[in-house]
Design a protein around this ligand. Structure first.
Ligand SMILES: *Cc1c(COP(=O)(O)O)cnc(C)c1O
Length: 367
């Protein structure tokens, strides 16, 4: 039996395709390619689901980070903190607004930003903002981070690219007073059929600035500021809006599957994410912690031979990537973490027999 890492054939099944093509046909007939009705509908409904006041669609998740930093007034030369474990874009966005990256170390179990390291970095560097990342779908402990940032007037941009469906102690990711960014890259929990992203906010003024920044600073009365083009096209918005129908149900299935994996893998000689996250993670990924890189690669190869797809997120800390190697900060735990995780298939179309197969083969590996 093969167990693919992604579920695109089932996600984009016949029913989905028929409904989508109807929408696409209408868009073609209306010539409403850019800011169409589905952009407005998606923004309204996604903001409501995430308990944010505003959702601003943009072209992708990396732009969402860049535009958020700009909306907070981050200037060239400013210092912005980011955990050393994330997808490359979390740091890249900082550099692309002309600011400088300062790395913050991680919790060695979860890969999430470490509050103690954050505190030390805030004492040592004059940061203007930090970007905590809800990595793997796990919610960052904002209670620990927020007071540290408030004391120094440091803005927070939450990178929620992997966390559509995760829950903070105060509500869904996106509902906090911070700007929260999402990516709708096709492999994310909520994926477009190409690139798209969004910024969620509870602040009217920030939402207005973001909407100007994404569309050349443009108002009917004239251009108000130097922005850029980061519009989300109508085709992507139509697909995203259609996928919203199943968004909550799919996230629930992810949680149930994660619980099942957790239960049946917990007695093996490998590390799992702490049990408390069974309730709150979006379960974008289900990483196993292996003893070292060698064991990780052996397990990956073993499962591949059995037809089971896995993903080794992350093989390098961002601070180990060539263009970011000289950035200051803390990264020791991140470097130990990198290369030791292997993510199992976890998507809403995983069947019971596929799950059994994955569990059995992981057991076989260790026996
Ligand atoms: C996917 C991802 C991004 C980038 O999103 P794009 O839409 O590909 O630009 C940023 N941060 C994290 C944590 C991601 O997983």
């Amino acid at each position: 039996m093969t167990v693919p890492f992604y579920d695109f054939p089932q996600l984009h099944n016949e029913t989905f395709r028929i409904e989508l093509l109807e929408r696409y046909d209408q868009i073609l007939k209306d010539n409403s390619f850019i800011e169409g009705q589905y952009n407005a509908l998606f923004e309204k409904e996604f903001a409501k689901l995430q308990q944010a006041k505003h959702c601003c669609l943009v072209a992708n998740g990396t732009d969402a980070l860049e535009i958020s930093l700009k909306a907070y007034g981050i200037q060239p030369g400013d210092l912005v903190g980011v955990p050393a474990i994330s997808y490359f874009a979390s740091a890249e966005a900082i550099i692309n607004v002309g600011a400088n990256v300062v790395f913050i170390d991680i919790n060695p179990v979860t890969g999430l930003i470490c509050p103690e390291s954050t505190q030390r970095i805030l004492q040592q560097y004059d940061l203007k903002a930090i970007i905590p990342v809800h990595i793997y779908g796990l919610p960052v402990d904002l209670e620990a981070i927020t007071p540290l940032c408030q004391a120094k007037n440091v803005a927070i941009v939450e990178d929620g690219a992997q966390a559509a469906g995760a829950t903070l102690s105060t509500g869904p990711v996106g509902s906090s007073p911070n700007l929260t960014t999402f990516s709708f890259y096709p492999t994310k929990n909520l994926g477009a059929l190409g690139d798209a992203g969004a910024i969620l906010t509870t602040d009217d003024d920030l939402a207005e600035t973001i909407k100007l920044l994404r569309n050349h600073g443009r108002l009917p009365s004239g251009h108000q500021l130097i922005g850029r083009n980061s519009r989300c096209d109508h085709f992507q918005a139509a697909a995203l809006h259609l996928k919203l129908e199943k968004y909550l149900a799919y996230n629930k299935i992810r949680q149930e599957l994660a619980r099942y994996y957790w239960k049946h893998l917990q007695n093996l000689p490998l590390g799992l994410l702490p049990k408390k996250y069974l309730e709150t993670s979006a379960w974008h990924l289900f990483p196993l912690a292996l003893a070292d890189e060698i064991e990780k690669t052996r397990l990956q190869t073993f499962l591949k031979q059995k037809g089971i797809g896995t993903a080794p997120f992350y093989e390098l800390a961002m601070s180990q990537e060539k263009p970011l190697q000289d950035c200051p900060g803390e990264n020791q735990k991140a470097h130990e973490f990198a290369g030791t995780r292997l993510c199992l298939p976890l998507h809403p179309h995983l069947s019971a027999s596929q799950m059994e197969e994955v569990i059995q083969e992981v057991r076989n590996f260790f026996s």
